[in-house]
Design a protein around this ligand. Structure first.
Ligand code: LZ1
Length: 490
């Protein structure tokens, strides 16, 4: 037989076999677009704008559907009802973390973001307790943020009202809050150790959002046999971890069990308490990974929200003026804002909520996984299947938030101007995996934004009406377009 014909015959058989096995496995999973062999649905999705692709799929297949990233099926939940049913009503079963090949290699299942099972439960409980306002000895988290807010204001003053890109300065403040919580002290914005640490994290964020890394996540063999930016990512992560380990050793030497200074001290004390338990999750490697995770989760997210928030305030001067009026009335000019003020500032509270709703920072949440074989709405989802929940579909629900694509603090105010809660407000996700840093992040957003508006008027070098506030498409995190801003001292 002609060898070419033989080859075609063999390939056809393989293809048929593949489609057959796909369809029998798909029998139990929710419906979705038909995947191609090997590459799955990636050609049918806009990898730069997944939220749009998912919204289109949900129109064709309903609120619960399956898409294939390479050969891996991922179940997507779209809309408040499906998300709530999974993350709250079946919270335990949906509390697993789904991870990608790249994150698997950097985290090794240690720490808090990418851990599962008992390890995750114990470290999560510990982190929640420790990050509570008085969990870490004498100096509260609120005080640490207030200190940073004052430094941030001084740093912005140094721009002398010139037109500038605020990315760097707004990146320093949240990173420094994490430093203060973890290492006891903040750093000067020019400190070389601080800058190196921040650069390595920033570089990693850039690498992680590149098309190459997405490709590696779909076809993990690339990670082992090809050169590329993933190696830089692994190298950066290792360098950051060795810095954290060094700091941990310094802490160990000066530790006073009765006076924890910061998160590392608290973790070391916990390690000491559990030293006779050979199964303890409180180990040095989990300490280093947990600290690493707090930086990953607490820096880029808060800094992007602040930067995007200021762009929205620049675009909507009437909103900014109302916030400044409330600051003048409730706080005045002569003392630092504190968290107690928030309960007397419904308009400002609504603005911060609306910023978070509008920007939709993590459109598809962080991937979950089911912890058992489960039945969900008459589908069977096998243990370990990755689950994406569309937070966009909840935060931009048109019934709950009329004109969801418009920035309007009225989405969180009632007729008398009181703050109005919404169950659809879930930028921190919901359920058992809900963000551990929520309290911290909300304090930072309130204290940083009020401190800035207490001390500066915002001015745009172009007509505010011409400012574009549509996010630039990105795989995981929504980013504001580049812009310039002047901080004019009041
Ligand atoms: C996270 C974030 C990013 C990635 C994983 C977990 N928590 C931000 N907050």
């Amino acid at each position: 037989m002609d060898p070419a014909l033989l080859l075609v015959l063999c390939l056809s058989c393989l293809l048929l076999f593949f489609l057959q096995s796909q369809s029998s496995r798909r029998g139990k999973l929710p419906p979705g677009p038909t995947p191609l062999p090997i590459i799955g649905n990636i050609l049918q999705m806009d990898v730069k704008n997944m939220k749009k692709s998912f919204s289109n799929f949900s129109k064709a297949y309903g609120p619960v559907f399956t898409v294939y990233f390479g050969m891996k099926p991922i179940v997507v939940l779209h809309g408040y009802e499906a998300v709530k049913e999974a993350l709250i009503d079946q919270g335990e079963e949906f509390s697993g973390r789904g991870y990608f090949p790249v994150s698997e290699r950097t985290s090794k299942g240690l720490g808090i973001i990418f851990s599962n099972g008992n390890r995750w439960k114990e470290i999560r409980r510990f982190a929640l307790m420790t990050l509570r306002n008085f969990g870490m000895g004498k100096r509260s988290i609120e005080e640490r943020i207030q200190e940073e807010a004052r430094c941030l204001v001084e740093e912005l003053r140094k721009t002398k009202a010139s037109s500038c890109d605020p990315t760097f300065i707004l990146g320093c403040a949240p990173c420094n809050v994490i430093c203060s919580i973890i290492f006891q002290n903040r750093f000067d914005y020019k400190d070389q150790n601080f800058l190196t640490l921040m650069e390595r994290f920033n570089k990693n964020v850039k690498i992680l959002s590149s098309a190459w890394i997405q490709l590696c996540n779909n076809f993990p063999v690339l990670l082992d046999y090809f050169p590329g930016s993933h190696n830089k990512l692994f190298e950066n992560s290792a360098l950051i971890k060795s810095y954290i380990l060094e700091k941990t050793k310094e802490h160990q030497e000066s530790l006073d069990i009765n006076n924890p200074r910061d998160f590392i001290d608290c973790f070391l004390i916990k390690m000491e308490q559990e030293k006779h338990n050979s199964q303890s999750e409180f180990t040095t490697e989990n300490l280093v990974s947990t600290v690493f995770d707090l930086f990953v989760a607490g820096t880029e997210t808060t800094s992007t929200t602040l930067r995007y928030g200021l762009l929205l305030l620049l675009k909507h001067p009437e909103v900014t003026a109302k916030v400044q009026e409330e600051i003048d009335r409730v706080i005045g000019r002569h003392r630092s804002p504190c968290i107690q003020d928030r309960s007397h500032m419904p308009y400002t509270d609504a603005v911060v909520h609306e910023i978070q709703r509008y920007i939709d920072l993590l459109p598809n949440n962080v991937p979950h996984a089911v912890t058992h074989d489960i039945k969900f709405r008459n589908y069977l989802i096998p243990k370990g299947t990755a689950i994406l929940t569309s937070l966009t579909s909840v935060l931009h629900d048109g019934k709950e938030f009329p004109n969801p694509e418009k920035f309007n603090p009225g989405h969180f105010l009632d007729e008398s101007g009181n703050f109005k809660k919404s169950n659809f407000f879930m930028p921190f996700s919901t359920g058992k995996r809900m963000c551990v840093g929520e309290g911290l992040a909300r304090m930072e957003l309130f204290l940083f934004l009020t401190s800035i508006l207490q001390n500066f008027n915002l001015k745009s070098s172009i007509d505010p009406k011409k400012l574009n506030t549509t996010s630039i498409s990105s795989a995981f995190i929504s980013l504001p377009p580049l812009y310039k801003i002047c901080f004019i001292p009041v």
